[in-house]
Write a protein that binds this ligand. Structure first.
Ligand code: ZN
Ligand code: ZN
Length: 445
């Protein structure tokens, strides 16, 4: 099913990227996985050999699937260049978001590290007798639905229910679960009746258009063109008042100021908001081309209800009532069932580390109480198992055998043995107790 171009001069198979020229273009991560399959090597082995060739120092814990191969970061650049060189297939940067790297802020494009996919797309691939593959649009954290099938993108395997099963493994065949090996595709997933919100569909369509456009750019999108376009939008929509515009799109006044007067570049999320509010498409905006844009007249009806970013300053500096938290912790401490510090933190919706920092003494007491509880529970298990172990030893000796783990396991029911944390140590204790000189007389009493 893989279309391998025969290019005797390339070091690696000259695989043709799937979906070229369309919005369903393959992602570089998918391409890389298929390349490993094509060479019958693990993704890890392939990643190491590529990393060595591009003279990267490969650390022992080098993990290819944490490289965010399809993003706009440096590793996307190095890897797309290296793969293009080794496969002799040009423009592999089209399989990443790199064409937009000057118009999206450095950390402004979130990549879904654990992977998401559309089961209906995989099923279609197979039905069309083509290798299933990961689409570039699925890599963006802004995209949560498949615009072709209208269904939400999935993260979990429908068979084993596990997460992170799309690609995080040494051997990856796109479309199959890396945990249980089952096919991740499902025909008719689009009939999923979960209501998809309009904003999610709109965003997916914008991203589709973006990855489609990036394969045919007349010129490289530049930051200055983008900023000019934003200025024009502010001028026409809000009479040049950037503070009004900032409020409109839900970002801080200083952020917009930094775009216009400083060196700031909007994140992808921010550009999506500008597009949604102005009625320009994301592609038009990032290309800085508003030649066909018309300022919306009845603006409130056109604005989509994109989720507002949380006000950062307020959430960070959330005032906590530490006296109240401490008294809650003391309640936990006094309750009949001990709980872990982590559970306490969860119930109070606070980071565990913060609890240790701010309410150190009570938090430590809580931790100690849990450890003590564990020790006690362990003791109970030993007390419970003790007579069984004694009887087993006596029986084994009676048969003239030595007490071994295997002999004991054959005689004592598993539910009795299972909770013991150190069976070997418990057995030694039992034996030395049985061999004490006073044991016989004790038993006779
Ligand atoms: Zn789909
Ligand atoms: Zn699975």
């Amino acid at each position: 099913m893989n279309s391998v171009l025969n290019n005797p001069r390339s070091e690696l198979h000259a695989l043709q990227p799937i979906g070229e020229g369309t919005s369903e273009i393959e992602s570089l991560l998918s391409y890389f996985c298929r390349l490993a399959v094509s060479h019958s090597v693990s993704t890890l082995a392939l990643s190491r050999s590529i990393a060595q060739r591009i003279e990267h120092n490969v650390s022992p814990d080098f993990d290819w699937h944490q490289r965010r191969l399809a993003s706009i970061c440096e590793s996307a650049e190095t890897w797309s260049a290296a793969l293009a060189k080794l496969t002799a297939v040009s423009r592999l940067d089209h399989l990443t978001f790199l064409p937009w790297k000057d118009v999206i802020s450095k950390s402004g494009l979130s990549i879904v590290t654990r992977g998401q996919f559309c089961p209906a797309c995989f099923a279609d691939d197979l039905a069309q007798n083509q290798a299933p593959y990961f689409r570039l649009v699925w890599e963006s954290a802004e995209v949560s639905v498949c615009s072709r099938h209208g269904c939400p993108l999935e993260r979990y395997c429908p068979h084993c229910g596990k997460d992170n099963i799309r690609h995080a493994s040494a051997y990856v065949v796109p479309g199959w679960c890396t945990s249980c090996g089952e096919f991740l595709g499902k025909a008719g997933a689009e009939t999923n009746d979960a209501p998809i919100n309009r904003a999610a569909r709109w965003t997916a369509r914008q991203m589709d258009e973006l990855v489609h456009a990036q394969q045919n750019l007349a010129s490289t999108p530049t930051r200055s063109n983008l900023i000019n376009a934003i200025s024009q939008i502010i001028e026409e929509m809000d009479n040049g008042q950037s503070a009004v515009f900032a409020r409109r799109i839900g970002v801080a006044k200083s952020t917009v100021h930094n775009w216009l007067k400083g060196e700031g570049t909007p994140s992808l999320k921010a550009s999506l908001k500008i597009a949604a509010h102005s009625g320009a498409s994301l592609t038009q905006l990032l290309n800085g081309d508003l030649s066909t844009w018309v300022c919306p007249q009845v603006e409130p009806q056109l604005v989509l209800n994109l989720p507002q970013p949380k006000a950062r300053t307020r959430t960070v500096k959330r005032e906590r009532n530490w006296a109240e938290i401490e008294s809650k912790l003391r309640e936990f401490l006094a309750s009949p069932t001990p709980i872990t510090v982590r559970e306490a933190a969860r119930r109070l919706n606070i980071d565990t580390r913060l609890l240790y920092l701010r309410v150190n003494m009570v938090t430590r007491q809580l931790g100690e109480r849990w450890k003590e509880y564990l020790r006690r529970r362990q003791d109970e298990h030993v007390v419970n198992a003790w007579p069984h172990l004694e009887q087993a030893c006596i029986d084994i000796w009676a048969e003239g055998k030595a007490v071994t783990l295997r002999e004991v396991i054959a005689r004592v029911p598993a539910p009795i043995l299972a909770p013991l944390s150190n069976l070997l140590l418990n057995l030694k204790d039992v034996q030395s107790h049985l061999m004490r000189p006073d044991f016989e007389s004790e038993a006779e009493k």
